[in-house]
Write a protein that binds this ligand. Structure first.
Ligand code: ATP
Ligand code: MG
Length: 336
């Protein structure tokens, strides 16, 4: 049986962008395939600690997993939920793959360059985490890893490490599918990219300081409405979908489309030629408010116990699968 693997960091509260661009598409993919594929959903808590964490990682992890359930993830025997740090084989394989990866290829990672830029010093984890990510993938022979476009280079690295290892030791790792195949599998022509409400030339990011730039999943409908009503638009006075000339308005149309699950063309047609931006904002605010209220109600109905039970089962499964692969690797290197 083939395996899909996906994860989302639990460092802080998620934005509407994370929800519409990552969480919801992952949940849809999982539900679509879990009758005939393994779906591994894990929280990469060891990846979290390359950034500052506030001591709430464990509870944030539980909350993030509740998000998947609140977003509609259906559980069956093929769906496995686990925390990375509860499966020690990830760290072990990471070390072994460190001895396969080269400084040159690691130094070319764009995420590393971006995250370390302008800093006098950065931790080694920021440099090395793509290798840990390769271990996350290769331990479970995962072929499909639905991720944001910013992570494609890391999938290529995992492929390269697997191929290099296999060339030396025989067919031990399943090589993940290429980026082209990953995109096809995700069924998207291009990634979803929700824009910053105040500065729509940029994407909405949870780490952006300005409160009004982003809608958080725990915002009350009133708070979200205020933020949408104060979103930056333009002075053209015409509702049109044109991300380049009217990014603010186009972003609102995209949000309306995704939140109400209506094709963008229909939403755009409905608003074509309207001149009062306030009306569009009111509509989007109402739709987002309904979505948030619904999501938060579902979330409140999911207990810690439900998640902890899923983690117990998922972590037992993950340790079993990962340890088998790790032993093969250890034997190849002559460690066992
Ligand atoms: P940070 O500011 O810390 O980088 P972020 O909001 O960019 O936070 P990430 O943790 O980097 O979030 O990404 C989590 C997932 O959400 C990734 O799959 C990423 O592609 C997706 N994502 C992030 N921002 C957006 C956005 N504005 N629109 C759509 N998807 C997004
Ligand atoms: Mg990001």
């Amino acid at each position: 049986m083939k395996t899909i693997l996906t994860g989302i960091r639990a460092n802080s509260e998620l934005t509407l962008g994370n929800y519409l661009g990552a969480l919801l598409p992952m949940v849809r993919l999982a539900n679509e395939h879990s009758s005939k594929m393994n779906v591994n959903i894990f929280v990469p808590d060891l990846h979290s600690i390359i950034s500052d964490v506030d001591g709430n990682l464990r509870s944030n992890t539980i909350r993030t997993l509740k998000y998947y359930l609140a977003a509609g993830l259906e559980i069956n025997n093929n769906v496995h939920i686990y925390r990375q740090s509860y499966v020690p084989a990830h760290s072990e394989l990471c070390w072994i793959l460190n001895c396969v990866a080269t400084m040159g290829e690691m130094g070319r990672m764009t995420q590393y360059k971006e995250k370390s830029e302008g800093k006098a010093s950065c931790n080694v984890g920021i440099f090395d985490y793509p290798v840990l990510m390769a271990a996350d993938i290769l331990l479970y022979s995962a072929e499909y890893i639905p991720l944001g476009e910013d992570q494609f280079q890391h999938i290529e690295l995992a492929r390269n490490l697997a191929i290099r290892f296999n060339n030396r030791f025989g067919d031990i790792f399943v090589v993940p599918e290429s980026t082209v195949q990953q995109i096809k599998f995700m069924g998207v022509e291009q990634g979803i990219r929700i824009r910053d409400l105040l500065n729509p030339d940029k994407k909405m990011s949870k780490s952006t300081k300005a409160e009004n730039s982003k809608i958080m999943l725990d915002d009350t409908p009133e708070k979200a409405t205020k933020k949408i009503m104060s979103a930056t638009t333009d002075s053209l006075g015409k509702v049109r979908f044109d991300m380049w000339a009217q990014p603010g308005i186009s972003n609102l149309l995209v949000i309306e489309s995704l939140v109400t699950n209506t094709p963008l063309a229909d939403v755009t047609a409905r608003w074509a030629g309207e001149t009062r931006y306030g009306d569009l904002k009111k509509q989007v605010a109402a739709s987002v408010s309904v979505m948030l209220a619904d999501f938060q109600e579902k979330l409140a109905g999911i207990s810690d116990e439900v998640v902890l039970k899923l983690l117990d089962e998922g972590e037992a499964y993950a340790n079993k699968v990962a340890n088998v692969k790790l032993l093969e690797v250890q034997k190849a290197f002559g460690l066992r």
